[in-house]
Design a protein around this ligand. Structure first.
Ligand code: NAD
Length: 354
């Protein structure tokens, strides 16, 4: 019996989580998935309930769960709170508390939505790539860092630093993911200029010996950026450090043209994961039934595949989403001005397609 902690959060969070729960219930009822869920206050809702964006009870429940499914956090009513109490801080804290160092950002595009991309449809139809970004190290956390006075002017500096063990664990995480996909991994670095990248490349090559079935290639980050917009379908899994991954994953996300469709995950070495849509709490449409629940439903598919090892159920959800899109059903964000359905109807359609 798997345990999933649900953190609906704020804005459209509760609406989209409710649709993912319907899908989970259908898998339990009709397809033999053994799972229990519990719901916990988080983000602005955590502040409202317990005076903290990550209440102790919520953190304890997440630690005890096999995986966490989150909606979104944040909203204008919380912007005046002191920095540490803001909803987004809860998110940073939970990732740190659970040591989630591996960030998975897939970019997938159903052929029916290819017109939404800024690239030509024939370049992106059926796009399916996965960017694995190291999330807790690199230049965002390295020291020394600061701004100081040198020779009469201010100088700003940061340090890009990775230890062998940090590279080893993100490399293993990426190879494990490649094993569950098309078994092709492209490691992105800047080894022609940076020593930290030289070490990165050396360690990734060393770890590749543990995964003889995976074809490993290397690419400099500037070339990777070009290739992503030239011919994104050449990639299966890409693995890279925190800074490069931040930029490349947003670039890849925009290839799909539709933020309401994109899932994500953050994993730790125990395989525990926090799964969430890439988008925020969309306060502008909260409570109106207009939210697209598919990014959250696809996050649930990732949860089943990467934390529970239930790939057949994940496939089932992804196939159901494809079927619903092929039938022409659209929430307003992907309707391109045409007829649209409500959040609840989209969830019901996915359940029916299961
Ligand atoms: P946003 O992603 O919430 O919204 C951007 C635009 O996309 C809005 O017009 C919104 O209506 C639309 N949109 C987003 N998700 C959608 C969905 N599922 N269906 C249909 N339309 C959707 O970004 P924002 O407006 O910059 O931020 C709003 C709040 O969310 C802020 O408080 C921000 O801090 C927070 N935020 C949270 C997360 C997170 O929880 N991981 C991520 C980003 C932003």
């Amino acid at each position: 019996m798997y345990k999933i902690a649900l953190l609906p959060g704020d804005g459209i969070g509760p609406e989209i989580i409710a649709e993912a729960v319907k899908v989970l219930d259908a898998l339990s009822r009709d397809h033999g998935l053994k799972v229990t869920t519990s719901e916990h206050a988080f983000g602005g809702a955590g502040w409202d309930a317990a005076g903290n964006p990550l209440p102790e009870e919520t953190l304890a429940a997440c630690r005890a769960a096999d995986a966490v499914l989150m909606g979104a956090v944040g909203g204008p009513q919380y912007e005046a709170l002191e920095r540490d109490m803001r909803p987004e801080r809860g998110l940073l804290r939970i990732r740190a508390e659970l040591d989630m160092f591996s960030n998975l950002r897939p970019a997938m595009l159903a052929p029916e939505l290819a017109d939404a991309s800024s690239l030509k449809p024939h370049l992106v139809a059926d796009l399916d790539i996965m960017i694995v970004r190291e999330l807790t190290g690199g230049i965002y956390f390295g020291g020394p860092r600061g701004i100081e006075e040198r020779d009469g002017q201010r100088v700003g500096f940061n340090t890009m630093v990775y230890s062998e063990s940090e590279i080893e664990r993100i490399a293993r995480s990426a190879f494990d993911i490649a094993m569950k996909r098309d078994k092709r991994l492209c490691s992105v670095d800047k080894a022609n200029v940076l020593e930290v990248s030289e070490l990165w490349r050396e360690v990734v090559i060393k770890i590749s010996a543990e995964y003889p079935e995976v074809e490993l290639t290397h690419m400099y980050v500037d070339n990777a950026a070009m290739q992503l917009v030239r011919d994104p379908r050449q990639f299966d899994v890409m693995v890279t450090g925190n800074l490069f991954g931040d930029v490349l994953s947003d670039c890849a996300a925009m290839l799909t043209g539709s933020i309401g469709m994109l899932p994500s995950a953050s994993l730790n070495s125990a395989g525990q994961g926090l799964y969430e849509p890439v988008h925020g709490s969309a306060p502008d449409i909260a409570g109106e039934g207009k939210a697209n629940p598919l990014a959250t439903i696809l996050s649930l598919a990732m949860l089943l595949r990467y934390s529970l090892g239930e790939s057949a159920h994940a496939d089932r959800i992804e196939a159901a989403v494809k079927k619903v899109l092929a039938s022409g059903l659209r929430t307003p964000d992907i309707a391109a001005g045409g007829a649209s359905c409500r959040c609840i109807e989209m969830g019901d359609a996915v359940v029916a397609a299961l």
